[in-house]
Design a protein. Structure first.
Length: 225
């Protein structure tokens, strides 16, 4: 797998890595540092500290990207672009919220941008379909994050597939913001306040977006109720 964009950026900046990196490594393990200390070290050029931040949150970022984008290639693009934005803008982070919230906001904004671009291209709106089976040894890190549940009841499995297909088609009718809010609420299980923090908006605005999304989906899936 090619090096991520943020890793390539590191290579360009390697000559500016802070001397504190080596000193810190001899004192304590980066894995044992709290989030704030890691961010502060990364802000002053500690490459290992930034890599530890990526290692700590990469699966959360990928899971969110896969749930929101639905397609592995799009999720990979979001993952790359989001961490590159984090790397380039880390010096702007002022601890006014948690690093995790700030990271979530960047990821959701990148997803919003990609969903808007996809919406402008009708040929790209169809959800990616997977057979649910991968040959051993052919899946990469991204594809392995998808959740697979065995279908113990074939009839229920077919009904579930039909419902998921209709829901996926109905989701296309939502605006990018409505879709992300619905996904974060019902698939990520986030509170409205947390969604607002991630999107940089108010809880009331999130509530309105969720209401519109739910109304549209109920209208599109009326026969399933």
């Amino acid at each position: 797998m090619p090096l991520p964009s943020w890793a390539l950026a590191f290579a360009d900046d390697a000559c500016r890595t802070s001397n504190s990196e080596a000193a810190l490594a001899t004192v304590t393990s980066l894995a044992n540092l709290d989030e704030r200390t890691l961010v502060q070290e990364a802000q002053i050029g500690n490459r290992a500290a930034f890599e530890e931040l990526v290692r700590r949150y990469d699966r959360d970022v990928l899971r969110l990207a896969l749930n929101l984008m639905k397609r592995t290639e799009d999720a990979r693009d979001v993952y790359q672009e989001a961490f590159l934005k984090v790397y380039k803008n880390l010096h702007r982070f002022r601890f006014e919220c948690s690093f995790y919230t700030w990271l979530y906001r960047i990821v959701t904004n990148v997803c919003l941008d990609q969903l808007r671009r996809r919406q402008a291209r009708p040929e790209d709106q169809a959800p990616e379909m997977h057979a649910g089976q991968y040959e051993e040894g052919t899946t990469d890190f991204f594809e392995r994050q998808r959740e697979h549940r065995p279908a113990l009841d074939p009839e229920k499995h077919l009904v579930g597939q039909e419902i998921r297909a209709k829901l996926a088609a109905a989701m296309v009718r939502l605006s990018p913001r409505e879709r992300i809010v619905f996904e974060m609420k019902h698939y990520q299980g986030l509170k409205l306040r947390a969604i607002g923090a991630a999107l940089g908006t108010s809880e009331e605005t999130v509530k309105n977006s969720l209401f519109r999304a739910t109304r549209k989906l109920r209208s599109a899936l009326g026969e399933l109720r």
